[in-house]
Design a protein around this ligand. Structure first.
Ligand SMILES: [Cu+2]
Length: 147
């Protein structure tokens, strides 16, 4: 069982992997896809909606796998991870806690770890913000706001 409590998840996010896209889009360095509240635990559901494998990788935090393809993780998948391989059609439910490094302007990446996919823009960005704050502007965005 995960050391993190999935029942404590403050939010559940769904990510669909297909082709070289996540949730139907390619990466845009000026777009923040997800905003996470500092100090919360979240459940991320990653689904491979594709006929090829994908390997989902998250920066900033490590996660634990609640279940994958409807089953408890095998011993090799039961520990702390930052990447999970999904075969075609599989869903993994992940639990992760965002406990530090909040910055509305400085995003972290999540992406497919298969190099050809990553290089084709199979990537998104999230920020961790203090509760109540909103996402800012990534440094690469044309209108930077330095506070
Ligand atoms: Cu991929």
């Amino acid at each position: 069982m995960p050391e993190l409590d999935p029942a404590a998840a403050a939010a559940t996010r769904e990510f669909s992997l297909s082709g070289t896209q996540i949730n139907g889009t390619n990466t845009d360095m000026e777009r923040i896809d997800e905003t996470v509240a500092l100090g919360t635990t979240e459940e991320w559901r990653i689904t491979n909606d594709d006929g090829q494998p994908h390997s989902f990788h998250v920066h900033d935090v490590q996660f634990q796998i609640i279940d994958i393809a409807g089953a408890e993780p095998s011993p090799s998948l039961a520990g702390w991870k930052d990447t999970v391989l999904l075969r075609p059609g599989e869903t993994a439910r992940l639990v992760m806690a965002f406990s530090d490094y909040a910055d509305p302007d400085w995003p972290y990446m999540f992406h497919c770890h298969l190099l050809a996919h990553e290089d084709s823009g199979m990537m998104g960005q999230f920020v961790v913000v203090r509760p109540g704050d909103e996402a800012g502007s990534p440094p690469s965005a044309p209108h930077e706001h330095h506070g």
